[in-house]
Design a protein around this ligand. Structure first.
Ligand code: HEC
Length: 121
């Protein structure tokens, strides 16, 4: 009985890890499909450059003209803040100019894994 309980706990933990960890390779495809209309990795477009965004404070691309909301933000981009940002930007930086949201949590995790891999962190 005890073994069964331990197995169930281990299985639950593995499941939680699997669902919260993104896949950078899938993330690259998802990024190209959903983000590159507005973002490029190495040049400002409708939105700022994103190659080194993971681990950086928000609103610091010198080539990009941010909204006042974004300039005044004190957020650092990590797994948690990026996930909330992509799900609902207003909940992270109210009044920002990024008119986009990604409802699919596993796609968000994949894209975040891709941005993390690009940043080398
Ligand atoms: C419709 C255009 C559009 C789309 C699509 C879009 N973004 Fe953005 N994004 C923006 C704009 C504009 C800003 C700057 C907002 C501001 O200045 O208020 C921004 C800002 C950001 C920032 C903050 C950058 C910084 O320098 O702090 C991140 C991170 C980001 N976007 C990630 C993404 C990702 C990942 C995707 C795809 C899932 C995506 N965006 C899709 C327009 C877009």
């Amino acid at each position: 009985m005890k073994t069964v309980a331990v197995c169930l706990v281990v299985f639950g933990v593995l499941l939680a890890i699997a669902s919260s960890t993104g896949d950078a390779r899938r993330g690259r495809g998802a990024f190209e499909q959903t983000c590159t209309g507005c973002h490029a990795l190495d040049r400002a477009k409708v939105g700022p450059r994103l190659r080194h965004i993971y681990g950086q404070p928000a609103g610091k691309d010198s080539q990009f003209g941010y909204s006042d909301a974004m300039k005044g933000a004190s957020v650092t981009w990590d797994d948690a803040t990026l996930d909330r940002w992509l799900a609902d930007t207003e909940s992270v930086i109210p009044g920002n100019d990024m008119a986009f949201r990604l409802d699919d949590a596993s796609k968000r995790a994949d894209i975040i894994a891709y941005l993390k891999a690009l940043s080398g962190k």
